[in-house]
Write a protein that binds this ligand. Structure first.
Ligand SMILES: NC(=O)c1ccc[n+]([C@@H]2O[C@H](COP(=O)([O-])OP(=O)(O)OC[C@H]3O[C@@H](n4cnc5c(N)ncnc54)[C@H](O)[C@@H]3O)[C@@H](O)[C@H]2O)c1
Length: 422
C-alpha cells in the first residue's frame, strides 16, 4: 500500500483484517512512526482499534522503504494524493513520483499488479503510470480501483463497500482482483482502465451537483418565503428523485468534491467539452457560505465588534479533516467585517488554528457561545444536533443562531432568533 492517508491506511487495515498480508509505506516518516505506534494520523471511527489489532497479529507491517514494501508483495496499491493545481487541473506530480520510486525499487523479475486507487482523470493510468513502468522494462499488469469511502465512516466503507469498480487491462488482472475481494459481498463492475477512472469523477460530480441544487433550491425557497423542508419532502416523494443528499447548507468542502469537480471541468475544457453545468456547480458552491453571513447580518446588522461563535470547523461532522472546509471562508469573511470569531470543533480545532490563526479556538460549545452575539453552525456533528434553546439562551449575549446545516430542531429553539439556510 503506497500512501497512507485516509484512503491508503483504511484500505490497508481492511485488507489486513480480511487476512491478507499487507506492507504499508508512506513517504512521510513521521506518519509511518505514528501508524507503527498504533495511532492513525487522522480521526476515523474504529480505525485505531482495527489498526492495533492487525499490527498485533502481524498482518500489517509498516515499512520504511519502497523496496521493503515491494519485496513480498504481488499487488501494489497506489493511494497517493491527487491535488489541484492552481488552474484547477489535477496535479499528477505526486502520482508520477510514487510510480518512479516504485520502478526504482522494483529490482526483481516478479510480475506485479499495480492498482491505481487514487482518483485520477480518465486516461492518467495509461499516460502517467504505464510509460514509467514500461520505460523501466518491468513485468507489470495495471488496474484502476477507485475508492468511494466517505470520511467519518471510512473503515465501514472499506470493509463493506456498496460496490467495487475494477478497471482492468486483461482477464488475468480481473482474476487476481476478484480473488482479493472474494469476501466482499457487493456488486462488482469490471471495465477498462479509463472507464473506471471516469466512474469515480462521475460519482463525485453528481453528488456535488445534488448539493449545489439543494442549496439553490433552498435559496429560492427563502426568496419565496416557503419552507425548504416541505419542498424537499414533496420532491422526495417522486420515485425519480432520491431525497438523500439534498440537504442545503453552507456548501461542500473537503478533500474530494471541490478538487475533483474542478479537475473534471479543467480536463473536460482542455479536451474541447464545455462542462457548463459543473462550472455552475462550482460557482454556486463558491458563494453559498455567504448565505450564513447574510442571515447573521439580517439579525445583527453590522458585524463590527460582534462576537460570533463558529460551531464546527472540520469540513463536516465525524472527521478532523479541514481541507477546503467552509469554516475557512466563513471565518475570514466574519473577521474582515470586524467580528471576533470564536471557534469550536470536537476534533478539528488544532488543524483549523493552523489555517486561520486569528480565530480563537476553545474547548467546548459552551465556551464558544459564552457572551456571543451570534452563532453559526458549520459542520453537522451529531452532538450539535442535540443543542436546544436552553444551551444558547444560557450562554449568549444575544441569542442569534444560524443553522448552516439544517440539523437543529426548530421546534426546540423557542426564544432564540433562529435562522436556517432555506
Ligand atoms: N479522502 C477521501 O475521502 C477520499 C475518498 C475517495 C478517494 N480519494 C482519493 O484517494 C487519493 C488519496 O486520498 P487521501 O485523502 O488518502 O490523500 P492524502 O493526501 O491525505 O494522503 C496521501 C498520502 O500519500 C503519501 N505520499 C505522497 N507521495 C508518496 C510517495 N511518493 N510514496 C509514498 N507515499 C506518498 C502522503 O505522504 C500522504 O500520507 C486521492 O486521489 C483522493 O482524491 C480520497
Amino acid at each position: 500500500m503506497v500512501g497512507l492517508g485516509p484512503v491508503g491506511l483504511t484500505t490497508a487495515v481492511a485488507f489486513a483484517a480480511q487476512r491478507n498480508q499487507v506492507f504499508a509505506f508512506d513517504i512521510e516518516s513521521s506518519r509511518r512512526k505514528e501508524i507503527l505506534g498504533g495511532k492513525p494520523p487522522f480521526h476515523e471511527k474504529g480505525l485505531e482499534a482495527a489498526l492495533r489489532k492487525v499490527l498485533r497479529e502481524k498482518r500489517l507491517s509498516v515499512v520504511h522503504t519502497m523496496s521493503e514494501a515491494l519485496r513480498s508483495s504481488s499487488i501494489v496499491f497506489l493511494c497517493v494524493g491527487t491535488p489541484s493545481k492552481a488552474d484547477g487541473r489535477m496535479d499528477e506530480g505526486p502520482l508520477g513520483e510514487a510510480v518512479k520510486s516504485l520502478a526504482a525499487a522494483w529490482q526483481d523479475a516478479k510480475r506485479r499488479l499495480v492498482v491505481v486507487k487514487s482518483t485520477v482523470i480518465p486516461g492518467t493510468t495509461d499516460t502517467v503510470v504505464r510509460p514509467i513502468l514500461e520505460g523501466a522494462k518491468l513485468p507489470f499488469r495495471l488496474a484502476v480501483n477507485p475508492e468511494f469511502l466517505q470520511e467519518g465512516r471510512a473503515l465501514e466503507g472499506a470493509m463493506a463497500p456498496d460496490r467495487i469498480v475494477l478497471g482492468i487491462d486483461g482477464p488475468e488482472t480481473g482474476r487476481v482482483l476478484r480473488a482479493l475481494y472474494r469476501s466482499t459481498k457487493c456488486p462488482v463492475l469490471v471495465t477498462d482502465l479509463r472507464t473506471a477512472e471516469a466512474i469515480k469523477y462521475a460519482t463525485n460530480a453528481f453528488l456535488a451537483t445534488k448539493v449545489a441544487f439543494a442549496n439553490e433550491l433552498a435559496n429560492l425557497c427563502q426568496a419565496f418565503g416557503i419552507s425548504y423542508d416541505d419542498v424537499h419532502h414533496g420532491i422526495g416523494l417522486d420515485p425519480r428523485v432520491n431525497p438523500r443528499f439534498l440537504v442545503p447548507g453552507v456548501g461542500f468542502g473537503g478533500s474530494c468534491f471541490p478538487k475533483d469537480v474542478r479537475a473534471l471541468v479543467a480536463a473536460g475544457r482542455h479536451r474541447g467539452a464545455e462542462p457548463r453545468l459543473l462550472e455552475a456547480v462550482l460557482a454556486q458552491n463558491e458563494v453559498q457560505y455567504m448565505r450564513s453571513i447574510a442571515l447573521l447580518e439580517e439579525e445583527l446588522g453590522n458585524l463590527q465588534g460582534k462576537r460570533i461563535a463558529l460551531l464546527g470547523l472540520a469540513f463536516k461532522g465525524d472527521t478532523d479533516d479541514v481541507r477546503e472546509t467552509r469554516a475557512i471562508p466563513i471565518a475570514r469573511t466574519l473577521l474582515s467585517k470586524g467580528a471576533v470569531v470564536v471557534g469550536y470543533d470536537p476534533l478539528a480545532g488544532p488543524a483549523f488554528s493552523r489555517l486561520v490563526p486569528e480565530v480563537k479556538v476553545v474547548g467546548s460549545v459552551t465556551e464558544a457561545l459564552e457572551g456571543a452575539n451570534g452563532a453559526v453552525l458549520q459542520a453537522d456533528w451529531r452532538a450539535f444536533a442535540r443543542l436546544t434553546a436552553k444551551d444558547f439562551l444560557a450562554a449568549m449575549a444575544t441569542p442569534v443562531v444560524v443553522d448552516g446545516r439544517r440539523i437543529l430542531n426548530p421546534k426546540k429553539m423557542r426564544g432564540v432568533r433562529f435562522r436556517r439556510i432555506g
